[in-house]
Design a protein around this ligand. Structure first.
Ligand SMILES: *Cc1c(COP(=O)(O)O)cnc(C)c1O
Length: 233
């Protein structure tokens, strides 16, 4: 899309969302000059999925001090320190071991990152995440991790579902969130769900944060398989 229409377009998307829902602009593959225009159009929350791509862009935008950076990519243990140092939110915490490591690092680095626990609701070999039963079992240990702020649940749906199946899956995440918060000391107010192709169903099912990339910035180059590369999700 032409650059001069970006601001209008962003405002149109933003105003189509309920005011209680946080719009997170997924800026992977988008150059920092375009992020600057998106910032000028009013966006403040940006999400990246690769540390090595995000850090140079964060440096280029360092003068925009009220940007809130979200990490949404597959998080490898050896990148955990950098992610804590450079991101306020981490949406893709997919295992107990990773949550424990983040908590330890956060203590050492004196940070209090905001965390979402990534849940895999349906089988998907391309995605990581807790299955709901495992998450229930791990909850007592997760409750003891007090340096990280566990704020809610996040999910990415597999491709190829019908509208109704997507709605039901998102509803299942909300049901899980309620049941976990009733049986633990974690309040879990946030539901990070919904991407460009499925955010209407996510909103209907109670999303509090939607992660929109191509809808805001146009299509990314598709990968040869048509699936997002595992390392980016
Ligand atoms: C890329 C990505 C998005 C945004 O996807 P779009 O289809 O471009 O909106 C959202 N969430 C995660 C985890 C992603 O990797």
């Amino acid at each position: 899309m032409p650059m001069n229409s970006l601001g209008k377009h962003l405002q149109a998307v933003q105003s189509s969302l309920p005011t209680s829902v946080k719009l997170i602009a997924v800026s992977k593959t988008v150059p920092s000059e375009v992020l600057r225009l998106a910032y000028e159009a009013g966006l403040r929350d940006f999400a990246e999925s690769r540390v090595q791509e995000a850090l140079p862009k964060q440096t280029e935008l360092a003068d925009l001090t009220d940007i809130c950076w979200h990490f949404i990519g597959h998080l490898q243990a050896n990148k955990a320190r950098k992610v804590i140092e450079h991101f306020t939110w981490i949406h893709s915490v997919h295992s107990l071991a990773l949550a424990q490591r983040l908590d330890q690092l956060a203590i050492a680095l004196e940070r209090h990152p905001q965390i979402c626990l990534q849940v895999k609701l349906l089988p998907d070999e391309h995605k990581s995440g807790w299955n709901p039963d495992q998450l229930r079992q791990d909850l007592p240990i997760l409750e003891t991790l007090t340096q990280i702020n566990i704020q809610g649940l996040m999910t990415i749906l597999p491709l190829g579902l019908t509208t109704e199946e997507r709605f039901q899956a998102f509803q299942a995440l909300d049901t899980l969130r309620r049941s976990l918060s009733q049986t633990s000391s974690l309040a879990l107010p946030e539901l990070s769900m919904g991407m460009s192709n499925d955010y209407p169903e996510a909103l209907q099912a109670g999303a509090t944060m939607v992660r929109l990339g191509s809808l805001l910035f146009g299509d990314r180059d598709p990968s040869p398989t048509g699936q997002p590369a595992k390392s980016t999700t």
